[in-house]
Design a protein around this ligand. Structure first.
Ligand SMILES: *Cc1c(COP(=O)(O)O)cnc(C)c1O
Length: 431
């Protein structure tokens, strides 16, 4: 198997895994498992690396953190303090953003199949709404004429790590793809005296091929030009969405930021100039890129079961805690935290405690000799980890810790059995 070279915030100290300078085994002892651990330092670095790379080429940049990746309040606060904006896909995410200090003018709402009362909630707050279809605009205009609207364009080119995560293309539910329909939404908004405009695309999550992204941006900017030329609309912002890939496998190529800048940002800059689109903000909406490699999941080995067919390592996190492997067949690299220098001893399936055979975190994985009580670190768990977790099998959700200046700080308490009762009402009292 390809060995993974550990890079920040991971470190091998005499065979033991350290995260932001702290022993992972000690973290597991102190806070118990399953435990999500986030690195404040890595999140800040990810944000600034991206911002600095883009701003170097194009001055007016906004980074919207797509918070469905991870809505921990401390994490949101931290990104807000870096100057991030927020991409929210539900009223609940807007609420989380406001609760962590984002002001409404820094939040963009990109929904689909939005209820009228949700539009009212957003309009009352003054959050900018990214329109997904004609009827959404009509519902919104009945409530209020907002000062700004944006339209989600489907440029009919998509990409992503899994079918579920490709969010543009002819058979996808998101955005508006026919140019005449796009023009009509803008024309209607203008007629209703909306004054400020944005335009948006987001083609998928876990984009691997920069070329499909470039194709999508080309088509998208051509559409922006038509809107500008035919309706005399100037864009305050042009949003290219998120989806920047992360290397999950040891042999995955990392997302090439300099290629992104040289191919996409350059193209943006030259087209905006050639098409005379003014001076719009260039917006991007990364979720995964900012937080994925800044988080790990720690889980303890409960059993090692060897049959004549297979070897299973049973841990205390299942797809209730991390659903990506079960849902998308995703690969997450796994390290035995106290055995980094030991040779692999066999091929194991790492399985969770849920009563489903699909509850597998890793299949056919080479691991060193694992025993009960060992702590495993599941890498790249900062995005779509906790936020997709559940109480399935009535298992309380995990705790979260953030490493700050070399010290762990608890940022979410482990749920208790009592939390399983929250909001239930027993209807059969007295019977
Ligand atoms: C999910 C989402 C993103 C972010 O996707 P990542 O792959 O995490 O970068 C950005 N924009 C919208 C509208 C999304 O729904």
């Amino acid at each position: 198997m390809v060995k993974r070279k550990l890079c920040e915030p991971l470190e091998n100290r005499k065979g033991n895994l350290y995260f932001d300078g702290f022993s992972v085994v000690e973290l597991a002892q102190k806070y118990d498992t399953p435990l999500y651990v986030l690195s404040e330092k890595r999140v800040r670095e990810n944000y600034n690396r991206l911002y600095d790379a883009i701003v170097d080429k194009y001055k007016d940049v906004r980074i919207y953190y797509a918070c469905k990746a991870n809505t921990n309040l401390t994490l949101l606060k931290l990104l807000q303090s870096e100057g991030a904006y927020l991409d929210a896909v539900s009223p609940g995410e807007v609420f989380m953003g406001l609760s962590s200090g984002f002001t409404p003018d820094r939040i963009l709402f990109t929904g689909i199949s939005v209820r009228p009362d949700e539009l009212k909630f957003l309009a009352d707050l003054g959050v900018t709404i990214n329109i997904d279809c004609q009827s959404e605009l009509e519902h919104l205009l009945k409530i209020v004429v907002p000062s700004t609207i944006s339209v989600r364009v489907n440029p009919e080119v998509g990409d992503g790590h899994h079918d579920h995560c490709i969010t543009a293309g002819p058979n996808v539910k998101f955005g508006i793809c026919d140019e005449e329909d796009i023009l009509k939404v803008y024309a209607d908004a203008k007629k209703a005296r909306v004054e400020h405009f944005g335009i948006h695309m987001h083609i998928g999550s876990g984009i691997s091929k920069i070329d499909s992204y470039v194709q999508a941006v080309k088509r998208f900017l051509d559409i922006a030009k038509r809107v500008h030329d035919e309706l005399d609309i100037t864009f305050d912002f042009i949003d290219l969405g998120g989806g920047f890939g992360v290397s999950y496998r040891p042999d995955d190529e990392p997302f090439d930021l300099s290629e992104f800048v040289s191919k996409v940002v350059s193209l943006f800059k030259s087209k905006v100039k050639a098409y005379k689109l003014g001076k719009p903000f260039l917006c991007v909406e990364p979720g995964r890129y900012l937080v994925c490699d800044a988080g790990i999941l720690l889980t303890t080995v409960n059993m090692v079961k060897v049959t004549s067919h297979r070897k299973f390592v049973g841990v205390d996190s299942g797809f209730n805690t991390l659903i990506r492997p079960a849902m998308y067949g995703s690969y997450h690299h796994i390290l035995v935290a106290n055995k980094l220098n030991l040779k692999d001893s066999g091929i194991f399936d790492v399985v969770g405690p849920l009563c489903e055979s699909g509850d597998v975190l890793a299949k056919d994985r080479e691991l060193p000799p694992v025993v009960e009580g060992d702590v495993l670190a599941v890498l790249n768990a900062g995005a779509y980890g906790f936020s997709m977790s559940s109480q399935y099998n009535s298992r309380p959700r995990a705790a979260e810790v953030m490493m700050r200046q070399g010290k762990p700080v608890l940022i979410r308490e482990r749920e208790q059995f009592q939390d399983l009762l929250t909001s239930q009402r027993v209807a059969l009292q007295g019977e």
